[in-house]
Design a protein around this ligand. Sequence first.
Ligand code: SF4
Length: 327
Amino acid sequence: MTHIASAPGGALYPAAGGIPEALLEEAAYEAHRLAATTLPDDVKQAFVRMRDRESEELPRQVLGAIVENFHAAQEDQRPVCADVGVPRVYAVIGNETVLAGGLVGLEGAVRRATERITRDLALRSNRCHPITRRNPGNNVGVFAPNIEYRVEPDADWIELCAVHKGGAFGTDFRMLVDGDGLPGIRKAVLDAIAEFGRRGLTCPPVIIGVGIGGTKDQAFGIAKQAAQLRPIGDRHPGPVVADLEDELLEMANSLGIGAMGYPGTAGYATDVHVEIAYTHSALTPLGIHQLCQASRRGIVRVHLDGRIEIRPVPSWFSTYSRRLGVE
Ligand code: SF4
């Protein structure tokens, strides 16, 4: 097993000629290792707070088990949940970064790292052919793992965020019309919680991501990214959107649904993150995504000079990436 963080001085290679493929592979491996075994601090702290304020016996026991489980997973370097979902990687690439092998080299590095981590940590291989169901056994295949890209100006680094996302339930898409407005959005979120959450199918407590606007695929994409790539407690920079996040969180936590769907007082969601994109004047595509209690992400940034950094929070949603203020 490779632990980049313990490398002397934090650097493995000089990066003359660009960041070498081998370094990217180690970074992707480390991002996967963290995602599989170590919940982010913001998520851990949210579960502890929830456990401490839950007054019903059953959900308090569940929250206690969740806390115990994430400690054990980190200590034993085992997956937080047996269902590793479908591992994927988000790459934020600085505009001044040079990759020695280019993007093709990066993709090869990510695929090799995914295969290695699946073997080294005995991760369940969920990726299989959707028709024949043939499973290569390494979480690598056609369009797998999926890699999504964003670019960041004035940066000479690349950041890889691995997400191991489980849970088949709790996602929804609706094409609302402009007249549906905020009541239509509230109802859709409530319906998604009622449909899946109260039966425990989303493995709550969850982080709810809501994508409003853009194109159909964009709405669903930003909903998923909002759930996976923003820390608990983060608020959207737009005040209207931030207010909606607070309102939806309050709504989700006022339903009497607790951990794993048991009736409880501490709440159903650790947070709600809303992202928006400018959309068609007559329509409002709406994506909803619920990220289960195994809210796994691991983030490693590689600098052009070869330094490697483990980061607590992804840089996916930046001022530039949202194109705020860009005319
Ligand atoms: S939904 Fe999440 S916590 Fe539940 S089994 Fe799947 S990965 Fe594990």
